[in-house]
Design a protein around this ligand. Structure first.
Ligand code: SF4
Length: 184
């Protein structure tokens, strides 16, 4: 059962998944794993509520599973962040990915859900910013199917504001999944 704290987030995630699947089907595009796996992308996450939900899922794993992931997470951070302040993707698998499968799939953050499809994002008073889809979809050869991420980002911001107010969080957060799990 989803704890009350996460009900709005879980509903938003469900809406994201539904929209993503609907738009993917219109191309048609099916994510079936590729060598440029997006779980090797350097994704940062910016919300405390997503961190809390991810760690809620993580803490439900058995001890051996948790230790395995944490070992990989420490390794990930040592490699990615140790060398220079200029952090760039080393194309290392997210520590939660095991044999191509996300071990925290129901709890995965927003960007893991929205990635892949061409999309747009609008800011007040500005033209929408368009972004390409992943290479595996060969989207450049296809007509764009409108995918506006803006309402999802706006709803996430509202949910995050409410969460922060209830949990006394005021500082900014910018963490990878590996960092979120280590610093929980
Ligand atoms: S949280 Fe899951 S879906 Fe997201 S990058 Fe990690 S393994 Fe992939």
């Amino acid at each position: 059962m989803i704890p009350q704290t996460f009900k709005s987030l879980a509903a938003l995630y469900k809406a994201m998944d539904k929209t993503w699947n609907k738009i993917a089907a219109r191309y048609p595009f099916k994510c079936s794993g590729c060598k440029d796996n997006c779980c090797k992308s350097l994704f940062f996450h910016y919300t405390y509520i997503e961190k809390a939900y991810l760690t809620h899922g993580f803490n439900a794993l058995d001890q051996a599973g948790k230790e395995k992931i944490l070992t990989r997470a420490k390794n990930y951070c040592e490699k990615t962040f140790a060398k220079t302040p200029d952090v760039k993707s080393l194309k290392i698998f997210c520590p939660v990915n095991e044999n191509g499968r996300c071990l925290l799939y129901p709890f995965r953050p927003m960007i893991c859900r929205l990635h892949g499809l061409p999309h747009e994002l609008s800011r007040p008073g500005l033209s929408p910013v368009m972004s390409r889809g992943c290479d595996a979809g060969l989207f450049d050869d296809k007509s764009y199917v409108k995918f506006d991420r803006t309402p999802f980002y706006q709803q996430m911001a509202q949910i995050e504001i409410a969460f922060r107010q209830g949990h006394d969080k005021t500082d900014r957060i910018k963490e990878t999944v590996a960092q979120m799990l280590i610093s929980q």
